[in-house]
Design a protein around this ligand. Structure first.
Ligand SMILES: Cc1cc2nc3c(=O)[nH]c(=O)nc-3n(C[C@H](O)[C@H](O)[C@H](O)COP(=O)(O)OP(=O)(O)OC[C@H]3O[C@@H](n4cnc5c(N)ncnc54)[C@H](O)[C@@H]3O)c2cc1C
Length: 388
């Protein structure tokens, strides 16, 4: 039997671990139940913009993350049409002391894990899937533990969501993210991306940036494809990438980077439709469980981190009384949904713009140049300048 001020979190991904730290900072005891027996090095690079890094720094994670992050000077938007740069957006100095970070997901997860395991009020149970839960007086029974609330931070294929909102299912976008890394030293110095490089091309795009303090380069190639097995990644046939990023459409420099990757894996991109339900009684969803999105705004983990901070603030304001939990979770959902829906739409629209072809691609490139770096950057302000 767990103590009465306990919150159970299903899932020890970026969202679940951040939520545990934020809830513990509000005086809750947190039990994280993670399905897998070992936290694997899943995924590759992540861009974390100031709206997310501000929260991580506030939770005291900067010393653990500093050795692993890279702070890019700019985002270069490149076009496959000419092989050159359309425009460079300086990322500038940190916004309100919050930097833009490039980090390997495994480094972020282990920094969060280090803080979680050092915290006296957080318990992490590995090999502990959340599969059954039911409402009971004063809260919820989860895997035979009593708690005030259950937070489903168990990813796009969430078991918690399936039980509470069975009608919400992940939808396949028709796109595959091929993700891989390579040692920086393997890339010719003239190809080395000093900041983030975003290549736009016909029905595809490519994102390249350094991770692991610049020792490795992270590469993501987005293109149409079929799903092998929903909910998992696989090594696939790398010939598919070479064929899609063919010399007829893609310049030699982009193709040389693609050729240098050592460990491609394909991730079918599934999304959760905007505007779904996030909360029912003492149960709430967070991160990809609530809003798995296309990664084209580089905000999926960022939104999970923001969710964690808002959730903890709402529950903290409600106090540790069971009667305040459901209204606090409702408030959390109301505060988060409009912003997350806007980010989901922005990500979809960005993909459509990046993948234009022919005269439309030329018009896009000319429009971006005409708008200029200042105006293009100001379009991100509503995302990056968000604060709790
Ligand atoms: C190609 C690509 C590039 C991306 N780039 C970026 C980026 O640059 N910036 C950014 O912010 N985001 C990015 N994202 C998105 C980001 O990776 C995700 O949004 C984020 O990792 C989601 O975290 P999460 O904690 O919600 O879910 P997950 O990371 O999926 O974690 C869920 C956890 O729950 C566990 N679990 C599952 N079921 C159960 C259960 N029943 N009981 C207990 N545990 C369970 C799982 O094992 C897992 O550990 C990218 C995504 C992709 C695909």
């Amino acid at each position: 039997m767990t103590a009465p001020r306990t919150i159970v979190i299903a899932g020890a991904g970026i969202g679940g671990l951040t939520a545990a730290l934020a809830l513990a900072a509000q005086g809750f005891r947190v039990l994280i139940c993670e399905k897998t027996g070992r936290l694997e090095e899943a995924g590759a690079g992540l861009q974390l913009s100031p709206n997310a890094t501000r929260i991580l720094i506030g939770l005291g994670l900067q010393p653990r993350l500093a050795p692993h992050v890279t702070t890019p000077a700019s985002v270069s938007i490149m076009t496959a049409r000419s092989g050159g740069e359309v425009i460079r957006l300086p990322l500038g100095s940190a916004r309100d002391h919050a930097p833009y970070w490039l980090v390997h997901r495994a480094d972020l997860q282990s920094a969060l894990l280090g803080a979680v395991t050092a915290h006296p009020d957080i318990e992490l149970r590995l090999g502990c899937p959340v599969d059954t839960f039911r409402a009971q007086p004063g809260g919820i029974a989860v895997n035979d533990e009593s708690a005030l609330a259950l937070i489903g931070a168990d990813g796009a294929w969430s078991t918690v969501r399936r039980q509470v909102f069975p009608e919400t299912r992940p939808q396949f976008s028709g796109l595959i993210a091929w993700r891989g890394t390579l040692e920086t030293s393997r890339l010719d110095s003239d190809l080395f991306p000093h900041g983030v490089q975003l290549w736009m091309g016909p029905k595809a795009h490519l994102v390249v940036y350094p991770v692991s303090s610049g020792e490795r380069i992270n590469m993501v190639a987005i293109m149409p494809g079929a799903v092998m097995q929903p909910g998992s990644s696989d090594t696939g046939d790398t010939g598919e990438i070479r064929r899609h990023f063919a010399a007829s459409h893609w310049p030699a420099n982009a193709r040389a980077m693609i050729e240098s990757v050592e460990n491609w894996r394909r991730w079918p991109l599934f999304t959760i439709q905007d505007g779904g339900m996030w909360h029912e009684g003492s149960v709430a969803l967070l991160g990809d469980a609530a809003h798995a999105m296309l990664p084209f705004a580089a905000q999926g983990a960022g939104m999970a981190i923001e969710d964690a901070a808002v959730l903890a603030q709402c529950l903290g304001t409600a106090g540790h009384d069971a009667a305040g939990i459901a209204p606090a979770l409702e408030r959390y959902a109301q505060l988060r949904q409009p912003r997350v829906t806007r980010v989901q739409r922005t990500a979809r629209q960005s993909g459509q713009i990046y993948h234009l072809r022919g005269p439309m691609a030329l018009a896009r490139d000319l429009t971006m140049r005409a708008l200029g770096a200042g105006r293009l950057q100001a379009r991100q302000d509503w995302i990056y300048n968000w604060k709790l």
